[in-house]
Write a protein that binds this ligand. Sequence first.
Ligand code: URA
Length: 456
Amino acid sequence: MSQKLIQTEIQSTTTNSNRNGFIVFTAESIIRNKRDGHELSKEEIDFLISGYSQGNIPDYQMSAWLMAVYYKGMNPRETAHLTMAMVRSGEQLDLSSIPGIKVDKHSTGGVGDKITLALAALVAAAGVKVAKMSGRGLGHTGGTIDKLDALGLSTDLSPERFIELVNRTGIAVMGQTADLAPADKKLYALRDVTGTVESIPLIASSIMSKKIFAGADKIVLDVKTGSGAFMKTEKDAVELAEAMVAIGKEVGREVVAIITSMEQPLGYAVGNANEVMEAIETLRKNGPADLTELCLTLGSHMVVLAGKANTEAEARAILERCIEDGSALGKLKEFITNQHGISDAILDLTLLPQAAQVVPVFAGKSGYVQAIDAEAVGHCAMLLGAGRETKEDEIDHAVGITLTKKIGDQVAADAPIATLYVNNTEKVEDVKRMLTDAYTIGEERIAPPELIRRVV
Ligand code: URA
């Protein structure tokens, strides 16, 4: 068929009017439009997403459309329309009775990323309202709700209680009871089996729809890059960040994206209870340098976006003071108490779940740590029982891995590079071998990767 004929046919299907004068679309016409690289209108995207959500458009047509998007892409206008169509696919929680600007933070996921727990309490201590909906982990990266479970926290809050806690103490975290943006969930499942996950506009709209659905007015994004991240290269991470910032511009949400390194796990702990301990230590001024730095960087942007400071430097000084004077730790205690968790754990870490055995893993080679395969470390923690492969899997909050060496550190062959916290010994030997393999040890000392790469 000639190009001209295709065009004519497209026009006849997309501008077909019914007897009442309304424009009638067909899924087929929209697939063809995208296949041929045309910009889709808001109406076409709304038609497709609402039709698919309601079961009127079958998986085979949606799959074809996803593949067309994968190859032809979408511009910021189309991506924003897709985002908002997915936001409208579910019933949003009304957060209008929480006064002030609601700033949310999202991380694209990494190994050892326990930042939410420390960061939420830190910015809440600085006066930012934290009304956060979080999820459980799947695969090699953990979820915030799993870590809160390790603290015995109840995240099964009614909307009324959630709003009351935020208004009273400035912080509450609830589990995602209903699906956030249900069309995204259905579409993501289809992308997963049609080879269309790795599309920047589809990823960007998926992430942004959930943030906007959860009520965020302004959003700070931690877009990770490196071996333990979804985006393996900095170029891809920047492209994703730019796409999400552009969606924000189109839909009237201020978005700041920070590209950060996931070349190695964040901090030292990978698991649940041990990650909670590290987050608490961070607010007790004993946290790892990278975790503390990331909290201050992301937190500064949140404080500025919330209007609590004029500059990042001013915001950072406020946050440093909140750590120094103990108010961030106090806010964490208040948060844990409100949601019936083990609040005394902030003073006594032994109150958190403890594993039966502690097993050292030795370097086996002397030199300097030159690289750590963060994704492999995440898989090791999962094999010990700290993560789940499917939603139904039970996890053990006490188990995990705490690294003792990171990139740039000197190691002796007979010195430990990590400690395993173990309850079930079945896979320990495999994990020890895999963890040793995850480390590259060489003669030359190299500088640790720069944590904060750039702001988009
Ligand atoms: N995370 C999401 O929420 N959606 C994607 O498409 C990819 C990662």
